[in-house]
Design a protein around this ligand. Sequence first.
Ligand code: FAD
Length: 410
Amino acid sequence: MSHSGEHVVIVGAGHAGGSVAALLRQCGCKGPITLIGAEPVPPYQRPPLSKAWLKGDADHASLALRPLAFYETNAIALRLGTSVSRIDRAGRTVALGSGETLAYDHLILALGCRARPLALPGRALAGVLELRTDADADRLKAVLGPGKRLAVIGGGYIGLEVAASARALGAAATVIEREDRLLARVAGPLLSTFFHDQHRSRGVAFVLGAGVEALEGANGAVTGVRLSDGGLVPCDAVLIGVGALPNQELAAEAGLACDNGIVVDRVARTSDPTVFAIGDCTRRPLPLYDRTMRLESVPNALEQAKQAAAALCGRAPPAPEVPWFWSDQYDLRLQIAGLAQGATETVLRGDPGSGAFALFHLGADDRLLAVEAVNAFPEFMAGRIMIGKRKQIPGAKLADVSVSMKDLAA
Ligand code: FAD
């Protein structure tokens, strides 16, 4: 930023937007910052929505990214419950839903994702839900409890986390998945089988390899999910958890390059040098893997927030991070670092039967590409370090539990 009076406008007050506002101040940005968010609440964490929040173990204050006073103290103007409907790049203004326009010198798009819609007969019935916001989580929580039956369409992370929370709340849960295994898009077969067994042993029912034909109801409320083979899963509520779509339309309409995500470079800059984009809404380069990808995770939102803040404040770009993610189900903490695509060998360390183990994915040259660790923090941490160092290591060494992870990572 060439001088301190320049106005930074951030559109999207989620994890990425809230983080970049704070980081800009930390990096020494002195000019005005405006954070505009469509939701009526200040930036909050979404991961607990399918976990602690649903189970009643978290309150609003613990979800908040920062206390409200933080924004005032740091002169970050919050415009909540406000949508941006258009970007005028030539005039450097954004149009708000209220009809107002706001001028910017630098624009940061942190627009996030929305739940992928499923066009099904019966979609509008009461009790058919999705999970993206705290308001969605409140609606879901209200239909879970002893004696209630939840059907979850989609056996991905969010669907499985909600199924686990439903069981903790005393509700019955049935997961319906189109593929013939859970987590098919994001995990290998061994991990799919492990989580399938864990959920089954806690009373979750599964229908795998099943298409959904319609949602059936009575008196305006959902009563069941009709499957393509004619079967029916009776239920009192349905959660549709079939992935998410990037909120890229605002950028695409403004002529910014988009390709399943707003296309950005290594410092989160879009095809317009005055516009940055960060978080779930972007397609970004992953230098460690020599590819671009859209990631939906908190660590990714934070990494790109750091990149944008550093670039805008004239600081050196932060070193590339190894992508990582976590998921909590029951007493199981899954932590994943790296990307397993292209792996030619998978090595198991530990015993899945003990509930603590790790899977290491290696490339043809023995380079460690990814680790999936269940209740195995040392394996996750050391794996993440080794991936960052592009370490080559024979699979047999990783499988040998007599050698500590610390020694392997050294
Ligand atoms: P978001 O947090 O979605 O924020 C985007 C914001 O932009 C939203 O508030 C939206 O309303 C606003 N917006 C969009 N368009 C406009 C507009 N035109 N004008 C104004 N505002 C606009 N990640 C993990 O790493 N681990 C987990 O365990 C995990 N669990 C999750 C569980 C759930 C239920 C969900 C929904 C997500 C989970 N995630 C998890 C993903 C993680 O929450 C996201 O990656 C993260 O929130 C991304 O931050 P973001 O700022 O890019 O998007």
